[in-house]
Write a protein that binds this ligand. Sequence first.
Ligand SMILES: [Zn+2]
Length: 399
Amino acid sequence: MKHPIRLLLTLSLLLSPLAAKTSQWKQGVTFLSFLRTHNLPQSLYYNLDADDKEVLAEIHAGQEYYIEEGRKSSTYLIPVTDELQVKVVKNSDGKHEISLDLIPFEVLSGSIHFEIQKNLDKELYTKTHSMGLVKSLKEVYSKNINLNKMKKGDTVTIFYEQKRRKGKAVGNPIILASLITVNKQKYYGFLAEDGKYYDSLGKEYQKIKKFTTPFMPPICNCRISSGYTMRRFHPILHRYKAHLGIDYAAPRGTAIKATAQGKIIFKGRKSGYGNCVEIEHGNGLKSIYAHMSKFNNRFKKGSHVSQGTVIGYVGSTGRSTGPHLHFGMYKNGRPVNPGNYISVKKEQAPVRLAGKPYQKLRKLVVNYRSKFKNVQKTGGQPLYVMEGGLLIKKKEIDT
Ligand SMILES: [Zn+2]
């Protein structure tokens, strides 16, 4: 390596987009017009596969993106979701590259212990300014223990992680281990490798009640040609691939139905998605139906539709390889797996870990023993969300 210093500088430039120019994705800008504006070849877009073209249609107006002008190359970083970004590199030799990448994050660790004086939610919020941590704690126990009933003298101990990007908190904190005492009774919660929470003996904190989902499949008996993936590393292309919805292969003209009742908030063309309809269902939920050949013109933006109402017909508009329906769902603007909403969940007995997963969990429990003792003495080192979402370690403002 001849110039380690220059390499380091380049790396730090890439890692700190703060040094980059920040722009905002304007209303009506498509990825193609973006390429044109920046003198980038249109082929970058046309050579992508259909899934990637759909992902690019997700870039929304108002999104901040970054341009890093280097001596030898320019890099454009455009976030698509909280986790994914499109990266376009223009090299001085005239070569261009485009890829879908994971957005690099910093992960901060926090811990907190306190005795409740009056109200868990308020006190946890006062100490961390993180509504997300309150939510995450409730998710650990909510199906088994009602945290709203905790009172003076009960205690809370939490170990957690929070993603940070450009100084700001991203997403909700992830609780790694927690202990609450209710009337002197201890309830541990440990995050296992399967992403679920278990008590210290490996019993799952979950009790799903049988319910019929209020969402139905938007189309009848069709083959799913592409499922939902938030990110998937492609071993040959060496980059991340994503598909933010479910594709149903169906003949042109097949009726597309509203997955649930709601209000039509968009009806029209969206570059990669072609003719599409968006329906708002309340509770922060939204569904999208893309690549339609025709709309049902009985409805327009603002119309209310009931579940099962035909809103349009399968087609191949936008960036699509053949007639299919792209069906996406969003919670508070973030893509979620529609499969979790349209499938009927059955009553399940809580799982008890056994074998290797159980041994791994027990190891975790033993490792955390001394950590819990420590934090109960010191009160922990909580993270603190400042105004504007800036995330810092609490001790940084206390000292
Ligand atoms: Zn799709």
